[in-house]
Design a protein. Structure first.
Length: 199
């Protein structure tokens, strides 16, 4: 993924119109709008799910700097778009309980925190590409992604004590509690074993 980030954003804007989608043979449910991509990216990679609704204008002001910066890798945006698509698919098909819908962006953050190290590489680095590969591989696998989202939803439910009140969810203290919970419960990577016969 080496295309300029501006081309990626432009493509997203041109696929917003329903008639254009129909002409291109693309299902509307498979398109993530620029505004939802910003929300998903900010939730997953900036750890700001509490800013996706009431403070969305503040997120828009970051476009060009910490969001859609010219030299950003595309992989994080791909992960953000595909993760949101997968999550909405689970909601549409009633695989994930609709009670979790108010916490969709908190679930997206929990997904990353449970699957990968919480410390992020720089957005324009090759390390970010490597960081995103395991996330993409999980999202590409329907069964693995479903289990990962179920775990992420369970984490949000535990931290919120089952209360999906927007006044609670959309606060920075809740985000911080969720991050700490996921850091604590994230499965530890298995230690690598040396091959026999090698020192």
């Amino acid at each position: 993924m080496t295309e300029p980030i501006t081309e990626f954003v432009t493509l997203g804007k041109t696929l917003n119109d329903t008639q254009q989608l129909r002409t291109a043979g693309i299902e509307k449910t498979r398109v993530v709008t620029p505004s939802n991509l910003i929300r998903s990216f900010a939730s997953i990679f900036l750890e700001d799910p509490h800013r996706t609704t009431r403070s969305y204008r503040a997120l828009l002001e970051r476009v060009g700097t910490t969001i859609f910066a010219p030299n950003d890798r595309l992989e994080p945006y791909y992960v953000a778009a595909f993760a949101l698509y997968r999550l909405e698919y689970l909601f549409r098909n009633q695989i994930l309980d609709s009670k979790f819908k108010p916490a969709r962006f908190q679930i997206l953050l929990a997904l990353r925190l449970l699957l990968a190290d919480s410390t992020l590489p720089r957005m324009n680095s090759h390390d970010m590409e490597k960081y995103c590969i395991p996330l993409m591989e999980t999202l590409w696998d329907a069964d693995r992604s479903e289990k990962a989202f179920q775990a992420a939803a369970a984490a949000v439910e535990d931290v919120s004590s089952g209360k999906f009140d927007s006044d609670l969810l959309r606060t920075q203290p809740f985000t911080e509690k969720l991050r700490a919970y996921c850091d604590k419960t994230r499965p530890k990577p298995k230690p690598q074993t040396k091959a026999k016969g090698k020192k």
